[in-house]
Write a protein that binds this ligand. Sequence first.
Ligand SMILES: Nc1ncnc2c1ncn2[C@@H]1O[C@H](COP(=O)(O)OP(=O)(O)O)[C@@H](O)[C@H]1O
Ligand SMILES: [Mg+2]
Length: 139
Amino acid sequence: VETKVISTERVEIRYERDVVTARKLGREIAGDLGFDTVDSAKVATAISELARNIVLYGVAGEIEISAVVEDGERVGVRVVARDTGPGIANPELALRDGYTTSDGLGLGLPGTRRLMDQFELVTTPGQGTTVTVVKYPDR
Ligand SMILES: Nc1ncnc2c1ncn2[C@@H]1O[C@H](COP(=O)(O)OP(=O)(O)O)[C@@H](O)[C@H]1O
Ligand SMILES: [Mg+2]
């Protein structure tokens, strides 16, 4: 599988308002690529969850949104959420439904994993967290 990056945009994430900015941009980029409302909403929701995790736990970071083409035909949206925060001590636990260290629902990471076609979580305690997700249109 060869993945070509067509375009990339970044939003710095520190405050709640940055979450809104990133979510809107993601919806826009997905729409421009021909994603329908449902698929665009999935991308926007994933960005929202990952960006909010940066605000809540990662302190500061960025959301990078790219248009990608897989094998020269399938167009998708890739989102990279990275921060230089405390990292996640037990990533397997963090991916379980209902696990939260705040008063959240604990569905952000597992829900995002279900919404997207590809999901990768890389985290180093004391150094930060990077979540990479890719969505291709369902219809
Ligand atoms: N970027 C991050 N940096 C550090 N910890 C994180 C990060 N994202 C998620 N976590 C940890 O994983 C847990 C689960 O995250 P999530 O599934 O989004 O649920 P919630 O945000 O509702 O707690 C969080 O409570 C937190 O402990
Ligand atoms: Mg969350």
